[in-house]
Design a protein around this ligand. Structure first.
Ligand code: URP
Length: 388
């Protein structure tokens, strides 16, 4: 990946970036607020037409950084994939998995045509988001080994073929520990080997997101994966509501934090554009928020435990995947309704440049928080409230 064609594209975008900065400065001088978006990328015509034929949206956006004297630009091209489930939830499990593999393969091929270096799929991408049902079968049959399951082998092939790092969030079955289930992102190196895994730290207990019925809070901490294209981490879905979760990946050196998600309109659409964006600003890194699309229908009705009527779906997954740069500028979101691939160029030098400007790490007072948090989690904690 990353051949000369996309580099030319990026360089012309970098020119565009300079023009954008000049225009932004002029707007600031005039007292108007500058545009908050990255620059549209010129993606290869063949990729655009393949995306059209395969019925998914393809968008490209680039974020430059100022030239430096002692570091070359470190441009990485990242791909975010959002998709519907292609088969009904009642179809045989193996057929659903095969259909999803096929759909993802055709999107990844287009990502490869665009020269994508690192790609991330949506949360639990090999299955419908069936945790709303609270039924064990057949949904637990979607679980696979992170190390050598069918899906990991499939992603290893893609990674090697396209020289692409693949972030593959799945329902994991951990045979070493009694066949327990986890919500896990497997990170596969561009060499095709499994670099490691990162489990979801925060499990929702809200509305129809009954995930605690299936798996516990992750026990892998906040790993950061060193890839040839930059240091990446994965903060799975509900973790995006937890600023300290983002912070810990950042403290471990993440330059890009992926947030593969599954979330629905009524519940979270008002939060969606803010949380990952704010995390990029607060942590001087790039964040990539990914959400699935469509409504997933279940044959057996389930209730939300709120006295309301039983229903057959947990609402509309609104897509809208996007990338934010450490300076707070962002890409437009992908569609709310359609499958899509968002390609984003990031000059990772921007992370340190923004950090040197705003110094959130330097001014963070982590030792003070560590001390106070240590006290706050004790059973005999007394809140520091001063009364007359
Ligand atoms: N998948 C998941 O954790 N969803 C919970 C809802 C949300 O965080 O928006």
């Amino acid at each position: 990946g990353g051949g000369p064609a996309w580099r030319d594209t990026y360089q012309s975008s970098a020119g565009g970036q300079l023009r954008r900065r000049r225009r932004a400065r002029a707007m600031e001088r005039e007292g108007r607020s500058p545009l908050p978006y990255g620059v549209t990328l010129d993606l290869p015509a063949a990729a655009l037409s393949a995306a059209r034929e395969r019925a998914f949206e393809l968008q490209g956006c680039g974020f430059g950084a100022a030239p430096e004297q002692r570091r070359q630009p470190r441009v990485v091209r990242v791909g975010l994939v959002q998709n519907k489930i292609p088969l009904p939830t009642a179809a045989p499990v193996a057929e659903q998995v095969t259909a999803l593999h096929k759909r993802i393969e055709e999107i990844v091929e287009v990502a490869a045509m665009c020269g994508v270096n690192v790609i991330c799929f949506q949360e639990a991408w090999t299955m419908p988001f069936a945790f709303c049902t609270r039924e064990k079968l057949p949904w637990t049959e979607f679980a696979e080994s992170a190390e050598d399951g069918l899906t990991t082998k499939f992603c290893q092939k893609l990674a090697k073929k396209h020289n692409m790092v693949v972030v593959s969030p799945i329902l994991e079955r951990d045979e070493v520990h009694g066949g327990t289930l986890w919500n896990t992102a497997v990170v596969i190196s561009n060499s095709g080997s499994v670099l490691g895994k990162s489990r979801k730290n925060h499990i929702p207990r809200i509305g129809d997101f009954n995930e605690s019925t299936y798996y516990m809070e992750g026990n892998t901490g906040h790993p950061v994966f060193q890839t040839p294209f930059g240091r990446i981490a994965v903060n799975i879905c509900f973790g995006r509501h937890h600023p300290l979760n983002w912070l810990m990946y950042s403290l471990n050196g993440a330059e890009i934090i992926f947030n593969p998600s599954a979330t629905t309109g009524v519940l979270s659409e008002s939060l969606w554009p803010i949380e990952a964006r704010n995390a990029a600003i607060a942590n001087h890194c790039f964040t990539c928020a990914i959400n699935r699309v469509g409504t997933e229908y279940y044959v057996n009705a389930f209730t939300s435990g709120d006295g309301g009527k039983a229903h057959h779906d947990l609402g509309y997954f609104y897509g809208s995947s996007y990338v934010t740069a450490p300076d707070g500028s962002r890409t437009p979101g992908l569609s709310r309704t359609q499958d899509g691939l968002l390609v984003a160029d990031m000059d990772l030098n921007l992370c340190r440049q923004v950090s040197d400007k705003w110094n959130f790490k330097m001014t963070g007072r982590y030792e003070m928080y560590a001390e106070e948090l240590t006290k706050a989690v004790q059973p005999n904690f007394t809140p520091n409230i001063i009364k007359e």
